[in-house]
Design a protein around this ligand. Structure first.
Ligand SMILES: [Zn+2]
Length: 225
């Protein structure tokens, strides 16, 4: 832990005077989420009692600014209590998943961001929507000729899975995800699971889809010889 010297200006005397304090600076940028040594731009005590101050930092990695609030922990020593703004970290999927469904990755990460902002009701519905795109895009990835059929289908998602997906593991994890996903849109929950379970089932479904993707690539390679 690095303790930094920091000149904190006094707002109450029009920033004419400052006090030199010791403070531990944040070491992760809230905007780009990289580990950093932030550059202090300016720090100011809000009140005359000097128990807390705000500081503006520059991230040397993404070159954007962020605000941090500090409180006194002992005479002349301060620690930060929060950093703003908070950017949600994106979930990184296997790079080849984007060949199957770029929409799934986009919608999933919007739901992920909603969850980071504690918008849990919206997040659950977002994950459900992401799953629907994943399933339909996967069916079309396997058989692109089914595009019109899938786009115009009147089948419910669970029936679509039953009809068009062969792999039993994808079927099971997708169906379980739908049940929990639908619960996120219902007025009354039917299943005793939560959003964490939903995300685990979706992750599992993604893994099986990728396993099929890579197995198919491996089979093509082996059969060439
Ligand atoms: Zn940054």
């Amino acid at each position: 832990m690095i303790i930094n010297d920091c000149n904190v200006f006094n707002k109450y005397d029009d920033f004419k005077t400052f006090k030199n304090v010791k403070a531990v600076f944040p070491n992760i940028c809230p905007r780009c989420n990289q580990g950093i040594m932030p550059v202090l731009i300016y720090a100011v005590f809000i009140n005359e009692d000097q128990v807390g101050f705000s500081a503006l930092f520059l991230c040397p990695s993404c070159e954007r600014q962020f605000l941090t609030h500090f409180i006194m922990i002992s005479r002349n020593q301060y620690r930060y209590i929060n950093v703003e703004p908070q950017s949600p970290i994106e979930k990184v999927f296997d790079e080849n998943l984007s060949k199957i469904s770029i929409s799934f990755i986009e919608i999933y990460n919007q739901a992920y961001a909603a969850e980071a902002y504690s918008l849990n009701h919206i997040a659950g519905m977002g994950y459900r929507k992401a799953l629907e795109f994943l399933i339909k895009d996967y069916i079309l990835y396997v058989d692109p000729l089914k595009e019109e059929e899938i786009k115009n289908t009147k089948l419910q998602l669970k029936d679509l899975i039953e009809k068009y997906i062969d792999n039993q593991n994808i079927k099971d994890t997708a169906k379980a995800s739908i049940w929990l996903g639908n619960d996120e849109t219902h007025y009354v929950r039917k299943h005793n699971f939560d959003i964490e379970d939903l995300k685990k089932f979706i992750d599992c479904c993604v893994s099986w889809i990728l396993m099929c993707y890579y197995t198919s690539k491996a089979s093509t390679l082996v059969n060439k010889k």
